[in-house]
Design a protein around this ligand. Sequence first.
Ligand code: PMV
Length: 313
Amino acid sequence: MGKSWGFGKTILFGEHFVVYGLPAIASALGSYTTANAEEGEPASGLTLIDERPVTPGYKERKKPEQDDSMNNILAAMDINVDKNPVKITLGGNLVAASGVGASAASCAAIARALSAHLGLNLSDEEINKIAYEGEKGYHGTPSGIDNTAATYGGLIWFRKNLKGGPNTMERIKLKEPVELVIGNSGLTSNTKEVVGDVRAKKEAQPEKYAAIFAQYEKLVNDARCALDEFDVKRIGELMNDNHGLLQQITVSCAELDDMVDTAKDAGAYGAKLTGTGRGGLMIALTPGEELQEKVASAIEGKGVSVIRTKIGI
Ligand code: PMV
């Protein structure tokens, strides 16, 4: 038997841009997905029981992708469930929704649980590679940022190696944790579709997109300095700017823009969509519990469900 975990994450800077080899910054969340792997009933192959808390419609929508992902994980670990039936149970306190890295958290948790169950003793690096294969079932061509944050936790600077070599992952130290509010639009988006659409638009309008990407590259380097210097005001401003660029590449939507405005009106230092966009989540930087409560209540007042969390834990 093996019980294991994978962290949820939020992308502070750089969703979509990260797919094209630009740096991004992600933080693990305090919440995680757990997986338990044990011997299955004879001749039952794989049994997957999903007891994660979820946003309505998420499980149904993601089921075909989850099946692909599971097959990828089993193939990457060279496990034949016809010979060795396995029962996997997912749980934990991470609410599965688009944007919290729920798929990656489950992939890392499953890989760790299978490793423990079969006594493989895999390193974090190996778990991360398997989780990446699992992520392909959901994303098609994932950048790798989600599985990296899910596997290692903490605040990370991530850069995908477009030549296929190892990706860059560096830890960023934050002087102290900072409160963050996550608002859930309740809409589940399809990462593969949205990433594909951005690619098509980028190819159709190369000059426009090159200019946006250049602005982003400067922004993310400024963001790293602001995090290193613990300049929370500047981090917030850069989050606002990043949201503007995400609007320009058409991955925001009315629900996300409304949440961003509500958060900023209530005093958030900055706010942006996080993750795939066109649904999913928004994050607002709200240093101090008082401000966090004020912003969270303002968003909840609009009938939106909210997570109160921290980055840099
Ligand atoms: O929606 P999420 O949290 O799975 O994030 C997707 C992030 C993208 O940059 C849009 C895709 C990727 O592979 O990095």
